[in-house]
Design a protein around this ligand. Structure first.
Ligand code: 13P
Length: 331
């Protein structure tokens, strides 16, 4: 197959990152979502987790800026108040449903304090079920950190292996993998250290994806932006972040990747949007967009706070964050 042949998988991947639209990450695990709800003063029940996701996806004209929404297993099986399942409702609204298929991190043997993301056991069976439930794409998040010899080569290899195998299983089943090797921003490292660590991570990942026969044109990369550490004395301008990020990606990733959708990684909504806008001003071989979680949803959760009378406020907050990140909407 040539790099320009169209396949359904490639069409889906292109649609996820095309037309300036991006991905909304609403796939917090039950535990994480419950903590976020409690933080906003909302009782962490199954129904409140459902109601919160319904608030997000039924935001008016969300599909103008959002191509797909990532859910966790619980939400994918839940329904909107009108009885449609989340994947069905999303499709009717012009968006695609994604599913987080990793099962979280565990300590990696032989790597002091570093982690391996798990979820490969039985993955092909789960993926087949998710396809039946209406999922069109799937996410797996590896977590790496900087400092004290980290990320180690062993942690990079072990996590790249898992990412490549998950991506291949997904593509074989017709799901677009959204491949997320996240380097955490915690720490006082410089932007140069982040660039070096991200470069090593992505170079290892690109080699391993190629070994597994993963089609770059049928996947989306979800990396961290290359920034200074969250507690570094000097933070970068958006232009510095953009240059370092694009240089690192260009040096490591194939040009026929369907697209790059960045995570927000704890940046404020304003900072994440400014950095993404600067990245988009640079020339890249692939579309660049967002696959933000916190930067998009935190204001919505804060505005809603579980109050049925404040659903419209939560939705207005989300719509504002989406507009901020979609050039055609903010224009
Ligand atoms: P953040 O944008 O909040 O980093 O979340 C994105 C995500 O999907 C993490 O796996």
């Amino acid at each position: 197959m040539t790099t320009t042949t169209s396949t359904p998988l490639r069409e889906t991947a292109r649609a996820l990152v095309g037309a300036g639209r991006g991905i909304l990450a609403a796939d917090e695990s039950v535990g994480t979502m419950s903590k976020r709800l409690q933080g906003a003063g909302v009782e962490p029940t199954q129904e409140n987790r459902r109601a919160y996701r319904e608030l997000l996806v039924t935001t008016e004209r969300l599909a103008d800026g959002v191509s797909g929404v990532i859910f966790c297993d619980e939400t994918l099986r839940q329904s909107l108040a009108d009885g449609r399942t989340f994947p069905r409702g999303l499709a009717d609204l012009g968006m695609m449903a994604g599913i987080k298929v990793d099962t979280g991190t565990t300590p990696l043997a032989g790597a002091d304090g570093e982690t391996l993301t798990e979820g490969l056991d039985g993955l092909a069976g789960r993926v087949a079920e998710y396809v039946g439930l209406g999922a069109r794409f799937a996410k797996w998040r590896a977590v790496l950190s900087i400092g004290d010899g980290r990320p180690s080569s062993w942690a990079l290899l072990a996590n790249a292996h898992a990412l490549a195998l998950y991506a291949r299983v997904c593509q074989d089943a017709g799901l677009v993998p959204v491949v997320e090797p996240e380097i955490l921003s915690e720490g006082a490292h410089t932007v140069h250290e982040t660039a070096a660590a991200t470069g090593r991570t992505l170079a290892t990942l690109a080699r391993t994806l190629a070994d597994a026969g993963v089609d770059p044109a049928g996947m989306v990369l979800k990396p961290n932006m290359v920034t200074a550490g969250a507690s570094a004395g000097r933070q970068c301008t958006p232009e510095e972040v953009a240059r370092a990020t694009v240089d690192t990606l260009r040096a490591t990733m194939p040009t026929d990747l369907a697209g790059v959708a960045f995570l927000s990684g704890g940046q404020s909504s304003e900072t994440a949007a400014a950095n993404l806008a600067a990245i988009r001003r640079l020339d890249t071989p692939w579309p660049t967009t967002f696959s933000f979680g916190r930067a998009l949803v935190s204001p919505a959760l804060g505005a809603w706070r579980g109050d049925t009378g404040a659903v419209a406020d939560g939705q207005a907050a989300l719509a504002g964050e989406v507009r901020r990140n979609v050039p055609v909407l903010s224009g």
